[in-house]
Structure formats: structure tokens, C-alpha cells
Design a protein around this ligand. Structure first.
Ligand SMILES: Nc1nc2c(c(=O)[nH]1)N(C=O)[C@@H](CNc1ccc(C(=O)N[C@@H](CCC(=O)O)C(=O)O)cc1)CN2
Ligand SMILES: Nc1nc2c(ncn2[C@@H]2O[C@H](COP(=O)(O)OP(=O)(O)OP(=O)(O)O)[C@@H](O)[C@H]2O)c(=O)[nH]1
Ligand SMILES: [Mg+2]
Length: 458
């Protein structure tokens, strides 16, 4: 495909040792050569070499920068187009000046994600790999990074290709039977179609089975701290974040609204939410906070329920246990440094099979056990093996679910004896839905939207 030549700063904006201006497109080398002054013209240097020289403002004939310039000719490049990377001194102004010069000489400022988009449009990577690139940039833990890296490598793409091939074969088979009945092609019987379909269903289920963990790795585990006023919820957030983010006081009702923080707990990324203590309240501001607390509660993946070691269990505490009955809960009994009033046996009963940890956040005790409990809950016995292909992207999950429903429709139709050429419509649709994951048959507007979420220069 042919596009215009784009340019952008591809390194983080700010001061750094080196900043890179990247150009891609048919004119990349010609444009860069106009700014470049060195031993040879860039048009003459062999592909995939880096050369030393200066960047010159031709209007004033002034040396703007000292640079190393990489020249990479298509198609063995990130975008499959000619690519030039100008490595400048990493001050914000100098990198910007070089970019401005490139734009003046005919390059167009790239849109966010446009380099990666070209890698996709030029067929070097498919859509799920491109989405992996974005996840890679955003990954907050090593595990999340490994998942993204596998996706960039095309692990998911290959799985999808196998399923689509199986579906395509059945469709082709039916077509041959319909169009050329005189050929003695083996008739695609209902049973054969059903076998292929159940293979596809099983594989989709396997992929969807990884979705929960995959999504957690990618987006973070939505974790909500709840408990009566003053039990130490905000102190807990601060301990896990290892910073004082939330205001802690001895006044019950200190936290009025919701505080959110990202933390990495032994490889598990948490989106940690501190709430206003859930209780009946007269204060109208606080009441709004309490209502919002109840709302976030509904969407949580994990609840940290905090109790006070120095107080007897109250009906409110028991109500909290009830409110989170069907959820993932870790019970934390805090303030073990004060005199015990709580009945731990009773807590154990209420906690049932859920993990329970005692802490003194004041003395920084028990936090490690708590972190271990969180990690165990999500990775015990299921540390990812190399053979697991995680599905972590909401778009992919939705498409897999639709594909599964559609192929299940096909199976249901087979079972009630619907003619095979009608069943085939569902099979074809399933093939299309799976194709959307890798970017086959997706609309241009969706592609634009997906890539626009990237950073500038990627
Ligand atoms: N300086 C620099 N570093 C970078 C990038 C970049 O664009 N520039 N990348 C940008 O994200 C990443 C590397 N990703 C890349 C992926 C593929 C190709 C590439 O040229 N692929 C060719 C084959 C190259 C070969 O085998 O020699 C291809 O697939 O056809 C380049 C970079 C990270 N580091
Ligand atoms: N003795 C003792 N005090 C603690 C401990 N953890 C927290 N506190 C104190 O308990 C008080 C309340 O702590 P917060 O973290 O603000 O409690 P909270 O649950 O967020 O309170 P609200 O936001 O008002 O609902 C503060 O004075 C803390 O210093 C602990 O382990 N031992
Ligand atoms: Mg608080």
C-alpha cells in the first residue's frame, strides 16, 4: 500500500539522554537527507546502517543538532515502509526542532499509533498483535508484559487461524456439494459438521477460560476496601501503596469519597479503591460517598473487609459479610496492637472458607501476609505456563463470546434437522467473527478508533 510520509517524536517527551524522531514512508529517506549533513548522502548509505552527522536548518544554514541517523529500507522495517530514525540529544526543544524541520520538508505529523497502524495495514502484523503492542506499552507488571509479548508474537493469531481454517473447510465442503453435485465429493453430513463445530466450541471455551485472569493481568484486579468507619481502611490503602495517599485520622467518617490507586502486589496488579465507611449516616456529603461505595462494591473483583480487633463484632460488621456473600473476600482484622475485644472464632465462622489475616497497620505488621493472601487467591496453582494463550482484551472476549453463541446456534440447528446450507450461514458468520479479532473484515472506523488510543510516535 502507498501512504504519505509521516514523522513523530517516538521517545517519551521530556528530558532524556537521547530523543528519536522517526519517519516512515516513501519519502522518508529523501526528506531526512535534506536535513542531514554528513559524509554521505542518506540516499547512498546501505540499508540498516546508522550514520553520524548533523541536522541542518537549510533556511538559515545553521546546525541544529548533532545526530545518529538510522536508515532502514522497506520492507524489512517496523512499518514495512522506508524508515529513518534520527537520534538526537534528548532535550525537548532539540527533538522538537528536528521534527519541525522534517515537517517543513514535506513529512506529515503522524497520528497516535499511526506507525503501528501502518505495520498492520501493510500486513506485517494483524490487529490482535497491534493491540498487543499497545498492551506492552501499558503493562504494569512483569506478568502483564509477558501476556502482551506473546500476543505481539502472534500466539492468539495462530490459534484463531486454526479455528477459522476448520470452519472454512466445512463451508468449502458444503459449497462443493451444493454447486457441483456431479462431483463425488464426500457429502458434508450433519454429523461431520457437528464434529468440527464442537471442536471449535471447545477451543473457544479454552480461550475464554483464560479471559478472567487475562483481563486481571491487563487491567488490574478491581479491589475494594470496606469496613465500618475508623477500622483502618485508609491506613490499609496507604500500607499497600507504600505511600500516604489517603487521609487517615481518628475521626470516624474521614474518607468522604472514593480514592483509587494502582498497586502491584506480588505480580498481581490491583486497582485499589478506598471507600467511605459503609454505615447509616446523617451527613449528606458522606451519604453520597456511602452510596457510591455500595456501587463500586458491585463491580469489584476482590473485597478487603476490614474489622477492628479492639472492638466487638457489630451488626454492621455482620451486614458487611452478608453484602459480599458471593464475592472474593479477604478478611482483615486490624489493630492487633490494642486490647482484644473481637471474638476471632466468630470472625472465622463468618469468614467461612475465606482467607483471614490479622494486621497492625500502625506497627506495619501482617501486611506481607496480606499481600501473600492476595497473590495466592489469584495465582495459586495456576501460574501461567508457557503453553497458555491468554485472552485479555475486552474486544477479543466479546468476539469470542459471539462466535461461540453463533456456532452453538449452528449445532442446535443441526440437531433439529435444519438443511445444511442454512446451517452454513451460522458457520460462515462464526468465521467472520473470529476474523474480526485479527482484523479481517473489521470496519475502518473501528481500526481508526483502536489505533488512536496509542501514544504519539508509536
Ligand atoms: N529504534 C527502534 N527501536 C525499537 C522499535 C523501533 O521502531 N525503533 N520498535 C518499534 O516498536 C520495537 C522493535 N520492533 C520492531 C519490530 C519489527 C521490526 C522489523 O523491521 N521487522 C521486519 C524484519 C526485520 C528483520 O528480520 O531484519 C519485518 O517484520 O519484516 C523492527 C522493529 C522496539 N524497539
Ligand atoms: N492502634 C492502631 N490504630 C490504627 C491501626 N490502623 C489504623 N489505626 C488508626 O485508626 C484511625 C482510623 O484509621 P483510618 O485508616 O483513617 O480508618 P478508616 O477506616 O479509613 O476510617 P474512615 O475513612 O473514617 O471510615 C487512625 O487514627 C489510624 O491511625 C492499627 O493497626 N492500630
Ligand atoms: Mg478512611
Amino acid at each position: 500500500m502507498e501512504f504519505d510520509t509521516i514523522a513523530a517524536i517516538s521517545t517519551a517527551l521530556g528530558e532524556g539522554a537521547i530523543g528519536i524522531v522517526r519517519l516512515s514512508g516513501d519519502d522518508a529517506i529523501r526528506i531526512a537527507d535534506q536535513l542531514y549533513s554528513g559524509k554521505n548522502s542518506l540516499e547512498e548509505v546501505p540499508s540498516h546502517t546508522i550514520v553520524y552527522g548533523h541536522i541542518v536548518d537549510t533556511t538559515s544554514n545553521e546546525r541544529v543538532e548533532e545526530a545518529m541517523v538510522s536508515v532502514m529500507r522497506a520492507p524489512r522495517t517496523f512499518t514495512r515502509e522506508d524508515v529513518v530514525e534520527i537520534n538526537c540529544h534528548g532535550g525537548l526543544l532539540s527533538v522538537n526542532r528536528v521534527l519541525q524541520l522534517a515537517l517543513r520538508h514535506g513529512a506529515r505529523l503522524a497520528e497516535p499509533g499511526e506507525f503501528t497502524k501502518r505495520a498492520f495495514l501493510n500486513g506485517r502484523i494483524d490487529l490482535s498483535q497491534a493491540e498487543g503492542v499497545m498492551d506492552l506499552i501499558r503493562a504494569k507488571t512483569d506478568r502483564a508484559m509477558n501476556v502482551a509479548l506473546k500476543q505481539v508474537d502472534g500466539r492468539l493469531s495462530k490459534k484463531i487461524a486454526v479455528l477459522r481454517q476448520a470452519l472454512l473447510e466445512t463451508v468449502a465442503h458444503v459449497e462443493v456439494n451444493i454447486d457441483y453435485p456431479e462431483y463425488d465429493a464426500e457429502t458434508m453430513t450433519h454429523q461431520m459438521l457437528e464434529e468440527k463445530a464442537s471442536f471449535v466450541i471447545k477451543e473457544i471455551e479454552k480461550l475464554l477460560g483464560t479471559a478472567k485472569q487475562g483481563k486481571i493481568l491487563r487491567e488490574g484486579l478491581s479491589t475494594v476496601i470496606i469496613g465500618r468507619p475508623n477500622v483502618g481502611k485508609s491506613s490499609l490503602l496507604n500500607s499497600l501503596v507504600h505511600e500516604n495517599k489517603a487521609i487517615v485520622t481518628d475521626v470516624a467518617g474521614t474518607t468522604r469519597d472514593i480514592i483509587e490507586e494502582y498497586v502491584n502486589v506480588k505480580g498481581v496488579p490491583l486497582r485499589l479503591v478506598d471507600t467511605a465507611g459503609i454505615r447509616e449516616t446523617e451527613d449528606i456529603v458522606e451519604r453520597i460517598g456511602v452510596e457510591r461505595s455500595r456501587e463500586v462494591l458491585k463491580k469489584a473483583d476482590l473485597i478487603l473487609l476490614v474489622l477492628n480487633y479492639g472492638e466487638e463484632l457489630s451488626p454492621e460488621d455482620e451486614a458487611l459479610f452478608k453484602a459480599v456473600e458471593k464475592m472474593n473476600v479477604i478478611v482483615i482484622v486490624n489493630k492487633t496492637d490494642v486490647e482484644q475485644k473481637i471474638d476471632l472464632k466468630k470472625v472465622q465462622q463468618l469468614a467461612a472458607a475465606r482467607p483471614m489475616v490479622t494486621t497492625s497497620l500502625l506497627r506495619d505488621e501482617g501486611v506481607d501476609q496480606l499481600e501473600q493472601a492476595i497473590a495466592n487467591l489469584f495465582f495459586e496453582g495456576e501460574i501461567e505456563g508457557d503453553d497458555v494463550t491468554y485472552v485479555s482484551n475486552t474486544r477479543h472476549i466479546a468476539l469470542l463470546e459471539q462466535a461461540k453463541a453463533t456456532i452453538e446456534d449452528a449445532v442446535a440447528s443441526i440437531e433439529i434437522g435444519v438443511p445444511i446450507d442454512l446451517v452454513q450461514i451460522d458457520v460462515t458468520r462464526t468465521w467472520e467473527l473470529l476474523g474480526e479479532i485479527i482484523g479481517d473484515s473489521v470496519q475502518e472506523s473501528l481500526i481508526d478508533q483502536l489505533f488512536s488510543q496509542f501514544c504519539l510516535g508509536k
